[in-house]
Design a binder for this molecule. Sequence first.
Ligand code: X2X
Length: 354
Amino acid sequence: MSNKWMRLAAVLCLTTLMSTPALALKSQYKLSMVVGPNTAWGMGAQRFADLVKERTDGRINIKVYYSGALFAGHQTNEFTLLRQGVADFSLASTINWSPQVKELNLFSLPFFFSQPGSLDAVVHGKTGEQIFARLEQLGVQPLAWGENGYRQLTNSQRAIVKPDDLHDLKIRVVGSKLFIDTFQALGANPTAMPYSEALTALQQGVVDGQENPVAGVIVPYKLWQYGQNQLTVWNYVVDPLIYAVNGREWRAFPDDIKQAIRRSAEDAAQYQKALARVGLDDGAALAWLKEHDEVPDVTDPYAVLEENGVTITRLSDDQLAAFKAKVAPVVDQWTDTIGAKLVDTARTDQQQAR
Ligand code: X2X
């Protein structure tokens, strides 16, 4: 090849590499979900899909794949599948992405978000910005923050009032090893498994307990029917949800579609968070839903639990202190993994919001 042709070929190559080609729109996009449609989480995903369809005049059709259908139940593979484009969209808990994105373990640090409003302060503060930038770097475009909720402990054996009560209880957990470390430090016997297997394990008594949000998971899945008749309110972890889209696909969307998708995620997230918080906050969530003519099925999740024979144990500050002391070394160790700077930023975000 002559020099001239080689130069031309090189220029052509470079132009192709530099411009993001406009991909043809797909007839259907897939959104991955861990849980089912009758949860705040599932309803928040469906609302997003509906809004996107409406606001793009039907050009973007998103089908929600509930109950882990897209990743065959293996929820800790979700981030990888979204990155690869096996899923186009996702409404995901930070817990399930934490094995691949170590920064997301921040949200699973035990007793780090115990003050009301501290999660909002972090996700809408500098920390949230930095985490979104990190996800973008890794090939996933985040769109908005949702919320699964404060995770409470249930079991089939006894009331948990002090760490000793957890001794040898088999507790199902998911996510990164941080959860195993936390429950081992508390003296329990934790075992990691996806949610799709957890229900059977609870039913068969393979495990004694689990931890999940009351409105987000425990009530919609009627966990009392799986022997879970003890619940301890300890607010030890709160997991946010993230509306997100595969980065390559995002960059290829025209601007008007990008804008419609982003606004739909923000609006759906507000609705989703209100559903996740009904009956658990100071009344703001229910007021928001009423204002928007939305009628939630459950307005008092603790009352539903009690009606179904679940004993609720609320820990005092002194009782909580005993649990916090046990997990303090785990928090220190995982602060290094997450990045001490990010953990510090999250502390500052919380303090500034007070
Ligand atoms: O598996 C769980 O416990 C759940 C449903 O809460 C998550 O996906 C993190």
